[in-house]
Design a protein around this ligand. Structure first.
Ligand code: PMP
Length: 466
């Protein structure tokens, strides 16, 4: 009967693959396979591991999409969601509130930089960024300066998949076939020290970036720029850690020109860099708004939000347009189940997980940094528990193009055979495991990644590509 059970499970699995292929439209599809794509199915998870449909146990290198911070299958998180659903599964935020939302607001305000004492809850990161931007537009309309609404973003950024948030994106392929509100956005140079503009020395790079922003303010006019939006460490653009002082200097320019500084901490918050919010504690930054999502619930429930400086709300309350409505809200704003799981997740972070993440990040970074020995690896960079291994065709020119599109995927394929999920990004592999990862699990992860890269180098040589 054991064998029969196995065979039945296999048949059911095939059925599921077929159903998904026939009826499921996967996110980020290529048009050549849109609506007809078989993706590997994940069946279960525990701690830093997931299990795929073939029964293989894999280290979840990217923690889902940078979100499973407390790890998979945490009973505490599952139980609190069930308990909250039994108590109150939903209430309309249109005219009521609930206890978990109120409690979470207080807790988050306590962790956020001084003055960021209010929060607006959303369903995820895109809706958080969208909310921050629409709030900026609304506030400037109410203040009678409707011209001040341009948004400054950077090449390499990722801020979401709703219309306005997606218009800020600047990674390869983000805009190629998509419409967007490009006329509302100005994009600055990516603050990537590894790929600086030609002729800009490493020591001069920060000055260059700040001067560029200054130029934009002068050319476009401060009276037309409403907000600057930035991930403190760019995540899906390839874990770009900006030069020292960059964020603070840009922030100062924003302050001088009455431009709101929006820190998009969808990835960097909730322990990824060792703190609930990274802005102040890691970068000495005091943004006007912080967007967050993902790790706030460790991915157990879709929730996001915007921390907003109370001062900005006070200005609106005092304006001479008290009748103006911020016509923006979501059915699931302040969702009681999401807020309840976020509260429990925050308990886990405060009760040791943040400390663990901080104490283990040095080992994480140095284990991966050692991969720079491999000739295919151009740079390993990162911060906290996020890192990126960037492959190059040759290390003299650091040219990423010859091997474009294939290398990350090739490494991922080998690593999956060896027990590690990688997140391939063109010629890069991104690592951001659950924060619960131990020293020996980091060693396993790094060893598999090394082997995966070595096997990829062998393939490339054999195929005459390298
Ligand atoms: N901002 C950043 C920095 C992100 O990394 C992401 C998601 N990868 C988003 C916003 C969008 O979040 P979501 O997918 O939850 O809408």
């Amino acid at each position: 009967t054991g064998m029969q059970g196995g065979a039945m499970a296999e048949e059911a699995a095939d059925e599921l693959t077929l159903l998904a292929e026939r009826h499921l439209v996967q996110p980020w599809p290529m048009s050549g396979s849109i609506g007809a794509e078989a993706r590997g199915r994940i069946e279960g998870g525990e701690g830093i591991y997931v299990t795929d449909a073939a029964g293989r146990r894999l280290i979840d290198g990217p923690a889902g999409m940078w979100c499973v911070n407390a790890g998979h299958r945490r009973r505490e998180l599952a139980e609190v969601m069930a308990a909250q659903a039994m108590e109150l599964s939903y209430n309309s935020p249109w005219y009521t509130t609930n206890a978990p939302a109120a409690l979470l607001s207080g807790r988050l305000a306590g962790h956020a930089p001084d003055g960021l004492d209010h929060v607006f809850y959303t369903t995820g990161g895109s809706s958080a960024v969208e909310t921050a931007l629409r709030f900026m537009q609304f506030a400037n309309n109410v203040k009678g300066r409707g011209e001040k609404k341009l948004i400054v973003s950077r090449q390499g950024a990722y801020h979401g998949s709703t219309y306005l948030s997606a218009s800020l994106n600047g990674r390869p392929r983000d805009q190629d076939w998509m419409d967007g509100a490009g006329e509302q956005v100005v994009k600055l140079t990516c603050p990537n020290p590894f790929r600086r503009p030609e002729g800009v020395a490493a020591v001069a790079f920060c000055d260059y970036l700040v001067a560029e922003f200054k130029d934009v303010i002068e050319t476009v006019g401060a009276e037309r720029i409403g907000a600057f939006v930035a991930e403190p460490v760019m995540a899906s653009g390839g874990v770009i850690v900006p030069p020292d002082g960059y964020l603070r200097r840009i922030r100062e320019l924003c302050r001088q020109n009455d431009i709101l500084f929006i820190a998009d901490e969808v990835v960097t918050a909730f322990g990824r860099l060792g703190h609930v919010f990274a802005s102040q504690e890691v970068f000495g930054l005091d943004p006007d708004m912080i967007t967050f999502a993902k790790g706030v619930t460790s991915g157990y429930f879709p929730l996001g939000g915007v921390m907003i400086a109370g001062r900005l709300l006070e200005e609106l309350r005092r304006s001479n347009h008290s009748e103006a409505m911020f016509a923006h809200g979501l059915t699931y704003s302040s969702h009681p189940v999401g807020c309840a799981v976020a509260l429990k997740n925050l308990d886990l972070l405060e009760d040791g997980l943040l400390e663990h993440a901080r104490s283990i990040s040095g080992h994480f970074q140095s284990s991966l940094k050692a991969l720079e020995e491999l000739p295919l690896v151009g740079e390993v960079r990162g911060m906290g528990l996020m890192a990126c291994v960037e492959c190059v065709a040759d290390r003299v020119s650091n040219n990423p193009l010859t091997l474009d599109l294939e290398v990350g995927k090739r490494i991922d394929n080998h690593c999956q055979e060896l027990g590690l999920l990688v997140r391939p990004l063109i010629n890069m592999c991104v690592m951001s495991p659950p924060l619960t990862i131990s020293t020996s699990q980091i060693d396993d992860m790094a060893a598999i990644l090394r082997r995966g890269i070595e096997l990829t180098m062998d393939d490339l040589v054999r195929e005459g590509l390298w």
